[in-house]
Design a protein around this ligand. Structure first.
Ligand code: ATP
Length: 462
């Protein structure tokens, strides 16, 4: 069993620095001092995140015939979140330190730093003076329309704290507008907002973040079994995006620590450099959600089973993953400083991001061996045009080829294509119209014919 307290701050620092230097992630509003708990994804981060979301959607919606997608509004009717229990009930326990004036999440003190002495946790320093915990509301609200100026309470709307609620509220519409039977799911990817007391660990705990959620509706007797099946299926997903099973930990949340309506909850956790922390929750939520909305809206949400003629509220299994946390886990997993020794015995370190090729922000680098050779450049531009509709590629003719390889290694590009004199047929007919492909991980090279290049890459990056 891995130790939750084992951390590697030096590694994390290097990762954060690479992410800024190479354009993965920037602090939101950095120019003005930064907005705490909010992050902007730069060009490579945006590609990485998009690849994750596209793959999740493909696996969850496109390749299954029992799950439908939706895209709900972020601004949420206050009555929806009153019925769900979020308004007035979605809070974390907070304590203040009267000495340093710090405010801390009371159930997370072990992961926080004392305002006086960062090597201690709040409460451990002799001068700490902590108050009793009190509930801190995590909901972010706004006011809509002309009523807002009159301070009319009806103008209040919320930025959703999770994507799930719009799925529950639209469940009946999805059911009625599609010929679908239990068990079936509705999936959604989208932004959520929580006014976290202590946003920290880079993007791990943010105030604005994205979720990838599935609400899987089923008959009550299938709930427990499906929860286990979903756990397994989600673990496989993480392997497919490059997060190995041995770095994932399953926490079977014990009685008393689960939400009161949940009969079973698994947390899928990952070994981040700042400790083992939650990536995703897989929860069996019973019929709680549909039940509260049926009551709150006063409209029936039952399912009618044509075969058995029964009418009942479906139960729900919810695999709820954090998109930003998964991106961060992929980045942490990919980062490596590899020690190399060349033929002359000279030691060197190469920084390489070993992203799973299907997640890599750039799939292939395209290089002419010599940028002054017009024919090599022309062929490279042709390759680029041919690949661009299918994948993100990057043309580079600056500096020695070795340096260009290293630049791509550092951002995780799995393949680099070089057009050289062999491609032009200058060293014989045999290699004419072939290119060199250099593999990021093994650094080995092979020759691939130009006319099968697209297929060769597609087989490896999909
Ligand atoms: P935590 O205990 O870490 O606060 P949670 O149990 O409240 O998380 P859920 O409400 O189950 O989280 O949300 C489902 C998923 O959404 C989490 O597993 C996580 O990946 C993501 N998530 C939740 N809160 C945040 C946040 N503040 N920043 C980034 N991702 C988040």
């Amino acid at each position: 069993m891995a130790n939750k307290d084992v951390t590697d701050p030096a590694r994390m620092e290097k990762i954060v620095s690479l992410c800024k230097r190479r354009g993965f992630i920037y602090q939101a509003g950095e120019l003005y001092g930064g907005l705490n708990g909010c992050w902007d994804y730069g060009p490579l981060g945006a590609e990485l995140k998009r690849n994750l979301k596209d793959y999740w959607w493909r696996k969850t919606v496109q390749e299954r015939d029992d799950i439908l997608g939706m895209d709900g509004a972020i601004l949420t009717h206050q009555d929806v979140l009153k019925a769900s229990g979020h308004v007035g009930g979605f809070s974390d326990p907070m304590i203040d330190c009267k000495t340093c004036k710090g405010r801390y999440r009371a159930d997370n003190l072990d992961n926080l730093e004392c305002g006086r002495k960062p090597s201690c946790h709040p409460g451990e320093h002799k001068e700490c003076e902590l108050t009793e915990p009190r509930a801190f509301d995590l909901m972010l609200s706004t006011k809509l329309g002309a009523l807002a100026t009159d301070n009319d309470p009806k103008a209040v709307a919320y930025l959703r704290p999770e994507t799930a609620q719009s799925i529950f509220v639209q469940y009946k519409n999805v059911l009625d507008s599609n010929r679908i039977k239990l068990p079936f799911g509705i999936a959604q990817i989208g932004k959520s907002f929580r006014n976290e007391i202590n946003p920290r660990n880079y993007t791990f705990r943010s105030r604005e973040f994205e979720q990838m959620e599935i609400e899987f509706f089923c008959r009550p007797e299938d709930g427990m079994r499906l929860t286990d099946e979903w756990l397994e299926s989600r673990l496989c997903f993480y392997e497919e995006i490059g997060i190995p099973r041995e770095k994932l930990h399953i926490l079977d949340v014990p009685d008393g620590e689960r939400a009161f309506y949940s009969k079973k909850t698994y947390d899928i956790e990952y070994e981040f450099p700042f400790g083992i922390q939650e990536l995703e929750g897989v929860a069996y939520r019973t019929d709680y959600d549909l039940g509260v909305h049926q009551k709150g809206a006063g409209k029936p949400l039952e399912y009618f089973d044509e075969e058995t003629k029964e009418k009942f509220l479906p139960h729900v299994v919810e695999p709820s993953a954090g998109c930003d946390r998964t991106v961060l886990a992929m980045i942490c997993e990919a980062f490596e400083e590899e020690e190399l020794t060349d033929e002359k015995g000279k030691k060197d370190v190469r920084t390489v991001m070993r992203f799973a090729p299907r997640m890599a922000p750039i799939k292939a680098g395209i290089f002419p061996l010599l940028k002054k050779n017009e024919e090599q450049v022309r062929i490279c531009r042709e390759i680029q045009k041919k690949l661009q509709p299918w994948m993100n590629v990057f043309y580079d003719d600056g500096g020695a080829v070795g340096r260009r390889y290293r630049r791509q290694d550092e951002v995780g590009t799995p393949f680099c294509i070089t057009v050289d004199f062999d491609t032009l047929g200058e060293n014989g007919e045999e290699l004419k119209d072939t290119v060199t492909i250099r593999h990021r991980d093994s650094m080995e090279q092979e020759r691939v014919p130009l006319d099968s290049l697209l297929q060769w890459l597609l087989e490896r990056v999909r």
